[in-house]
Ligand binder design. Structure first.
Ligand SMILES: C[S@@+](CC[C@H](N)C(=O)[O-])C[C@H]1O[C@@H](n2cnc3c(N)ncnc32)[C@H](O)[C@@H]1O
Length: 300
């Protein structure tokens, strides 16, 4: 199966995330996030505040600052952010965007962007932080890498807000929001489950096991956890959401083909049929994610 250039997924197999893919997904990301977990993070930060110094917030694998854009007005200020990502082009976009961001009181943020790899994980990155954040990261990482982050946070008794980790669940939906799936969808989902564990630069990726693994690890360190679903819901009638739904479908088809080149004809049939349904506005897509807020049992 060869995809037409215009429909190729913006997520190259090497795992570099193009700015246009991150921009395409941002509105769905922001709608999906669970507000009660952000409020819990806010509450925690207010509770452990002892002076007026800026809160030290860190965003791991920040990309072009989507997570900061969502959180700035929802967390107390003043805020100083550290954004870390290996992609200098995305960080340049972040730098530009951060200039316009404000906290809830209308104060500008202060920040530092750091273009560096997070592998291996350097625990000293977290020194002096008040909250560790990451969005759409933990499904890409390995069990060992995750364990290193949890260990570093537990040693410093830091809270964390980790949003939009995929669970591996997705489904086409009709105009009434009902699931539309058949044996081919279930077959493609199994193929993608395997693909999601491919190494994305951090070792064997956790894929849909990310939030369970985070939860297990933090619980073992005596943390309190709050977890909530944060699904993308892209209804068929929402023409604004359609480009994301189509890009997702194309990305799935490409990944499935990479995983099962022997099944090109069946995958091609699946892709063409689903694309026609999405383009016609008959079907939309729901993609499951989970958010997690963790904190040590007692505030410092
Ligand atoms: C799915 S994107 C999420 C970006 C951003 N958090 C958001 O929600 O839009 C994953 C990010 O991880 C970054 N990344 C991947 N591997 C990395 C590594 N080894 N070190 C640092 N950043 C990495 C990518 O450059 C990309 O920005």
């Amino acid at each position: 199966m060869t995809l037409a250039p215009a429909s190729r997924t913006p997520i190259p197999p090497g795992g570099r995330f193009e700015g246009r893919w991150l921009a395409l997904r941002e509105p769905a990301d922001h709608r999906a996030r669970d507000a009660s977990l952000t409020a819990a993070a806010r509450h925690w930060l207010e509770g452990c505040r002892h002076d007026d110094r800026p809160l030290q917030l860190i965003d791991l694998a920040s990309g072009s600052a989507s997570n900061v854009a969502h959180l700035a007005t929802r967390l107390p200020g003043p805020q100083h952010w550290r954004l870390i990502d290996q992609d200098a082009a995305l960080l340049a976009q972040a730098d530009e965007r951060l200039q316009a961001l404000r906290d809830e009181a209308g104060r500008p943020l202060t920040w530092r962007t750091e273009s560096r790899s997070l592998t291996p994980f350097d625990p000293t990155l977290l020194d002096g932080a008040d909250l560790v954040c990451a969005s759409a990261l933990f499904d890409l990482v390995s069990r060992d890498w995750l364990a290193g982050v949890v260990q570093a946070m537990a040693e410093r008794r830091l809270p964390g807000l980790f949003t939009l980790s995929i669970t591996g669940g997705w489904c086409f939906i009709d105009a009434d929001g009902h699931d539309r799936e058949d044996a081919d969808d279930r077959w493609v989902r199994r193929i993608l489950d395997t693909h999601q564990h491919r190494d994305k630069g951090f070792g064997t990726a956790l894929g849909g096991a990310a939030t369970d693994t985070l939860a297990e690890r933090f619980a073992a360190h005596g943390y309190d956890l709050r977890r909530a679903a944060s699904p993308w819901i892209l209804p068929p009638a929402d023409a604004d959401a359609r480009p994301l739904a189509l890009a997702l479908l194309d990305g799935w088809a490409e990944a499935a083909l990479e995983q099962r080149p022997d099944s090109a004809a069946r995958l091609h049939g699946w892709h063409v049929h689903r694309r026609a349904r999405l383009e016609a506005g008959d079907w939309g897509v729901r993609v499951e994610h989970d958010d997690l807020f963790v904190h040590p049992r007692h505030a410092p």
